[in-house]
Write a protein that binds this ligand. Structure first.
Ligand SMILES: Nc1ncnc2c1ncn2[C@@H]1O[C@H](COP(=O)(O)OP(=O)(O)OP(=O)(O)O)[C@@H](O)[C@H]1O
Length: 355
C-alpha cells in the first residue's frame, strides 16, 4: 500500500466522526463606534470527510468565523469566548482556542489549510511554480527540498494540472489554474481540513466548474474535510454535503444539502433559496429577503431576524430562539433556531445542538 492509499483508507474509516466542534464561539472587533459582535455565539460541528458549506449574505460573519476557527483572527478582532475542539487523526482532542501561538502555528500547517479570498493572487510572480511548492513544503514540514521537488508532479496531477505547469510562472497560468495550484499546495502537507473562502468568486463560469471539480475530488479521493464559504447558493448545491446558514453572527440552520434546498426551515434560509435565479424560470426580484441586514454593533433583541421576518410573532421580539434539531420523522434532522418550530424540537443540553 502506498502512503497515499493508507491515508485514503484511514480517512474513509473515520468518515462522519467529528473533526471540529465549535461551541458558543464569539469573535468581536473593537471599533471607534463600539464593540462589533461579528460572530456571537456560534455552535457547529464539522464531520470528518464532509464538505460543509457556510452560507449567508455579506456581513453575516462567515469570514470572521472561519478565520477564527484557524486562529487567524487579527486585531482589532479578538476571540471573546467559546471553544473549537479539534479531533486529530491520532491523539487527544485539543481546544484550538487554548493553544499558544507557536503551538497553533504548528497545528495549522500540519492539520489545517486555509484558502483565503483571492488566494490565487498570493503566488509569487517572479518564482516558478515548482520552486513555490518547494518553499511551502520545506517551510512547514521536515521534508527536505529534494524530496519536496519530487512531490510536485503528483501534487499537480492530483488537481488535474499538467506536469509542465511546474516550470511556469504565475502570469502564464489562467485564474483557475492558479487556484488549483493553491489547492495543491494546501494538500501538499496532507491537511485534515481545508477551509476555502469564496474559492470560485471572480472566476468565469468555466473556471468555476474546474475549481468545483477539484475540491470535490479532494473529498472523494482523499477523504479531506472541506469548509466551503460562499454566498453563492448554487455552489453549495453542487458541492456541499451539508449547509450551515449564518445570519447576524449566528448559525440559524444546518441541514443536509438536499433537505435544505427542498425544504428550508428558517424563514431566512427560505429567502436565500428563493433568491436563487432559475434558468428558464419566471422572472422575480433577486433578493428574496426584504429589509436591511442589522448591525453587529447593535443586534436586534430576541431573534435577530425578526425585523425582516414575514412570520414574526411576539416571542420573536423577546426571546432568542435556541439552535435545536427538529424531531418528527427526520433521520438526520435539520437543526434550526426559530420559534416557528418550538413544538417540534427537543429542548436540552449542548448535545442537542449537534448539527
Ligand atoms: N477588521 C474589522 N474591523 C471591524 N469590523 C470588521 C472587521 N472585519 C469585519 N468586520 C465586521 O464584521 C462583520 C462580519 O464580516 P465578515 O467579513 O466576517 O462577513 P462575511 O459574511 O464573510 O461577509 P463577506 O461575504 O462580505 O466577506 C461585518 O459587519 C464587518 O463589517
Amino acid at each position: 500500500m502506498t502512503q497515499e492509499s493508507i491515508a485514503r483508507e484511514r480517512a474513509r474509516s473515520a468518515e462522519g466522526e467529528p473533526l471540529l466542534e465549535v461551541r458558543d464561539l464569539r469573535v468581536y472587533y473593537r471599533t471607534v463606534a463600539g464593540l462589533s459582535k461579528a460572530v456571537d455565539g456560534v455552535d457547529l460541528e464539522v464531520r470528518r470527510g464532509e464538505i460543509l458549506g457556510i452560507a449567508g449574505e455579506s456581513g453575516s460573519g462567515k469570514s470572521t468565523l472561519t478565520t477564527a476557527l484557524l486562529r487567524l483572527t487579527k486585531p482589532p478582532g479578538f476571540i471573546a469566548g467559546g471553544s473549537v475542539i479539534f479531533h486529530p487523526r491520532e491523539g487527544a482532542p485539543v481546544d484550538l482556542m487554548k493553544l499558544s501561538d507557536s503551538q497553533v502555528r504548528e497545528y495549522r500547517w500540519r492539520n489545517l489549510s486555509y484558502l483565503p479570498q483571492g488566494s490565487m493572487n498570493s503566488l509569487n510572480p517572479v518564482m516558478k511554480i515548482e520552486d513555490q511548492f518547494v518553499d511551502v513544503i520545506t517551510q512547514h514540514s521536515d521534508i527536505p527540498a529534494r524530496k519536496a521537488r519530487e512531490m510536485v508532479p503528483s501534487l499537480l496531477e492530483q488537481v488535474g494540472l499538467d506536469l509542465h505547469v511546474a516550470r511556469m510562472y504565475p502570469h502564464e497560468l489562467s485564474g483557475g489554474m492558479k487556484q488549483r495550484v493553491i489547492i495543491a499546495m494546501s494538500v501538499a502537507l496532507n491537511s485534515d481540513l481545508v477551509v476555502a473562502d469564496e474559492p470560485t468568486t471572480a472566476l468565469d463560469v468555466h473556471i468555476q466548474r474546474v475549481v468545483i471539480q477539484t475540491l470535490a475530488s479532494l473529498r472523494d479521493e482523499f477523504g479531506m474535510t472541506v469548509i466551503l464559504v460562499t454566498h453563492d447558493m448554487a455552489v453549495h448545491a453542487e458541492l456541499a454535503d451539508r449547509v450551515a446558514v449564518m445570519y447576524a453572527g449566528k448559525i440559524v440552520e444546518v441541514s443536509d444539502v438536499h433537505q435544505i434546498f427542498k425544504d428550508p426551515k428558517h424563514p431566512y434560509t427560505q429567502g436565500l433559496i428563493a433568491s436563487i435565479p432559475k434558468i428558464g424560470g419566471e422572472r422575480r426580484r433577486l433578493s428574496g429577503i426584504g429589509g436591511n441586514a442589522p448591525s453587529p454593533l447593535n443586534w436586534p433583541p430576541g431573534c435577530r431576524f425578526h425585523p425582516r421576518c414575514p412570520y414574526v410573532m411576539d416571542a420573536c421580539r423577546q426571546q432568542e430562539p435556541p439552535l435545536l434539531p427538529l424531531v418528527n420523522g427526520h433521520q438526520r434532522p435539520p437543526v434550526v433556531a426559530c420559534h416557528l418550530y418550538t413544538q417540534q424540537q427537543v429542548s436540552g443540553g449542548s448535545d442537542d445542538r449537534r448539527s
